[in-house]
Design a protein. Structure first.
Length: 267
């Protein structure tokens, strides 16, 4: 049985989806079977980060109970499996978010890690992700408004007896006006499991629709995401670097997305 990890944030714009996608690919590169699921019902965009723009079946149809998971799982060229959400606000209507836990449970039987990209904030969508996940990762930025909102979602998770793995601090600039790691951990009451620096390479990667851990794997942000993935997978960072090096030697570096629809979720 795999592990379901909900990735949430107290507010939008902190880099939650970027974090989800890059950790997922990094886990796959470590030899883990990873699947990312878009549970951001109203503002879905996980697929855009991976160049998936044409997908007739989405997580929305699954949550409506209209289609089976095998109809909507795509495989990215990295090997990571993807269940994107619909870009249409109309498709968000009549979605039964209460189906999320059962759906993710079925996926966890097929994959080592199921990463769930939740909606920002503390509404019902986010709460459903918290309730359906084995562990929660909270993404924030090192500024007071973002950390304040992160504390709110952490409190919600604690009130629901959820296991919080920790906080990922994204867009770190190492400036004196930012909250320090100690200040964030003290305020949040949970450990920081990774800090991702502000990096133009991430914006370029999003524009190219290729995660930074693939398109610019030696960039500072890519190294940070790989360290977080290694921690999640229980692999020493040095071991993760060796695995990545061997894969480059034998398989090369994919240059652009190559996505195809899976016909069998069990593969």
């Amino acid at each position: 049985m795999g592990k379901i990890i909900g990735i949430v944030s107290g507010k939008g714009g902190v880099g939650k989806t970027t974090t989800t996608v890059n950790i997922g690919v990094a886990l796959q590169k470590l030899g883990k079977k990873a699947c990312v699921f878009d549970a951001n019902i109203t503002t879905s965009n996980l697929g855009l980060h991976l160049g998936i723009t044409d997908y007739p079946v989405t997580s929305h149809e699954l949550l409506k109970g209209r289609r089976a998971p095998s109809d909507s799982v795509f495989v990215h060229h990295s090997g990571m499996r993807v269940i994107p959400g619909s870009l249409s606000l109309e498709n968000a209507k009549a979605v039964n978010i209460m189906n999320l836990k059962q759906l993710l449970g079925a996926l966890a039987k097929k994959y080592d890690f199921v990463l769930v990209d939740g909606a920002p904030g503390i509404d019902r969508e986010t709460l459903s992700v918290v309730e359906a996940s084995d562990e929660i990762i909270v993404v924030t930025n090192p500024d007071m408004p973002a950390v304040t909102d992160a504390i709110k979602i952490i409190e919600v998770a604690k009130n629901n007896k959820a296991k919080i793995r920790g906080v990922v601090v994204n867009k770190r600039r190492n400036r004196d006006y930012e909250l320090s790691a100690q200040e964030i951990e003290t305020a949040a009451g949970v450990p920081i499991i990774g800090a991702v620096p502000e990096d133009e390479n991430i914006l370029r990667a999003i524009s190219e629709k290729s995660p930074v851990v693939i398109s610019r794997e030696r960039a500072p942000s890519a190294r940070a995401f790989k360290r977080i993935a290694a921690d999640i997978a229980g692999v020493p960072t040095e071991g993760a670097d060796i695995i990545s090096m061997l894969k480059r030697m034998f398989f090369g570096i994919p240059q652009k997305p190559d996505i195809e629809k899976l016909t069998d979720i069990t593969d």
